[in-house]
Design a binder for this molecule. Sequence first.
Ligand code: ADP
Ligand code: MG
Length: 751
Amino acid sequence: MVTVHEPLGKTVGPKTAKIFGEAFEIETIGDLLRHYPRRYQRHGELTDLASLRIGEHVTVLAQVARVTSRPMGHRKGQIIEVTVTDGVGSLILTFFTVRGNSYTRQLPLGAHGLFSGEVSTFRNRRQLVHPDFELINAAAAGTELAAEYAAELIPVYPATRKLPSWKIAKSVRTVLDVLDIGDDPLPAEVRERYRLVGLAEAIRGIHLPLDDQDRKRAVDRLKWDEAFVVQTALAQRRRASAALPAMPRPAEADGLAAAFDERLPFTLTDGQREAGLTIATDLGCAHPMHRLLQGEVGSGKTVIAVRAMLQVVDAGGQAALLAPTEVLAQQHHRSVTEMLGPLGQAGRLGGAEKSTRVTLLTGALGASARREALLDAASGAAGIVIGTHALLQERVQFADLGLVVVDEQHRFGVEQRDVLREKAQDGRPHVLVMTATPIPRTVAMTVYGDLDVSTLSELPAGRPSIATHVVPAADKPRYLERAWERIREEVERGQQAYVVCPRIGGDDGPGSEPDGDGTGSGGPDGSGPDGSALDGSAEQGPPSAAGRPPLAVLDLAPALEQGPLKAVRLGVLHGRLRPDDKDRIMREFADGAIDVLVATTVVEVGVDVPNATTMVVMDAERFGVSQLHQLRGRVGRGTVAGLCLLVTEAAQESKSRERLHAVAATLDGFKLSRLDLEQRREGDVLGATQAGRQSSLRLLTLLRDEELIVQARGEATTLVDSDPELVRHPGLAAAISDLLGPDQAEFLEKA
Ligand code: ADP
Ligand code: MG
């Protein structure tokens, strides 16, 4: 008997085990058992040969139709061509041989076989050169494979040249014959409640299903494992963090937070008030808050963060606000300072009696300004410290860090959140993360399973709408002229506009890096050493529809200046500018000294200039759906309706064009983020936040298995409440350490 932890070599032999390791990083019995078939070939039902793509490594089930041979041109030997068919199309198997032609014997006419190789073309016909093959029908009786493929469904595994699908199947069978599967991670009650088969049966059923029913039962059960194990780990983690002590920072009736509320020039939306109250309560608790505040672009998350920070200041602590870009950090610093007025002028002329200080700390500060900022943070003089990645540097210290706010959380990795957290004395500050890229509930449950979630679903009253149109620049050049005309009209009316390009241009030349660090929205870290590099960028999307390099800010700006936008005051903004230039240009734009800002996606997140009403996005097909939604959120922030024009040369019927129309059709960020997620691979979704986690999800899809995930979370929470250390559930405890691996177990612990 072997257990899942044992190395594969003992069972299948060291040579085969080595190949598994090289091809798929399969080292143990358990790894092999989790190498699930990609699909199943129905016995007797041949592969649709028309579906094969050139360059792909395939395993096909086909029937031998003809074998011919001819001498090889000038050299000794022959070329054997075996034609196999699916009954409609055909595929050529080409073999070169200097010895006799044994293929006629090996591949008798009419035989069914599995053929495995890379699809190439020769004289316009698709072929596999020297494919591996195994016959599987009666004609091949005598080979052990006849028995192997007696079942109705033949598993087809992700395979390589050295390790064809049937060799994998064979190893799996060998393993299954001697396997001791161990304790079932799913408690019997759960299996009964959801009518799930046992683990041993499921493993056998997914690799060697007797029929569709059998396979489905196996998949249902194994999906449960994936959801349940992750949810149990998260439930343990929530429980542990709820038990940790943290400094309570309760609200104070006549503190800065209350004074701030009185200064607000607007009334809070119901959603803001509710989220604000929840956070205020969390902060008053003796264990750390971990809350995600998600809300539509423009829903007013910043005010909530400021109120929370002030509550902590009132309670004697400090708060840090981490922003993903220099531009956004500077804007937050300006707007928070402005919102606070005298409340934020501690120690300065005109400061209120009860007041604090707001300090900016970015990689862009000069030496003396930086020294002052560091001192403010370390001495506690600054109640609120706002900054970029520069905040994460080692020499940044706080007197008493009570709250960490991470804005546009999707731009950061978990590690960065943790670095900042560790700057608190006891390592346990309250944490509020904010994002305008809403995520479906189940994704939140899995990716951010340790966070409580508040959602702002409404926008402040009186927000004008934003109209979005797709502008087909290739087929209707006149439309693009009209776009520039619209900008001129808006400027004449005293409004402002953005023009966004995917690339900076200048030195970068065609095909080089886009602006910033290339993370786009959703990417994890990638910041430069000074922490200022994360200044947005176009996603490395498909090549420009027009087959030319994507449009660049430094090319388009002068062209507009001399052409259609001659009469307006243009400004240029991108990640390669010096930070103080960025700040100056943003300030001029905010003050109305610049009419039109030609920019990269440095303006993607958070930038708030209510007087800007129009946005033109060039080569719009280069951007992701959520990214476009974020960009569009820069307009329609004041009292005048917004207009967003998505300019593209993508063909009318193309997928890219479809995506743009989808963005134009709705302003609902939740809908769009779903669409965005559907178009990415699941691994990317999870990988963006937690590298490695995707390896644990093979069958489960977060978007389609919502009900199951919700059920699993409920069951997991109940179980952890009654058996926090899983002493009565050894199978589950083992599955957690297996499925999450040592790194991720550590990751779970750290948080
Ligand atoms: P986001 O949620 O996208 O970060 P912001 O916090 O930047 O949005 O808020 C967008 C704008 O709405 C800001 O100018 C802010 O002052 C304003 N705002 C916030 N809350 C309200 C409200 N309740 N009523 C009116 N305007 C508001
Ligand atoms: Mg914001």
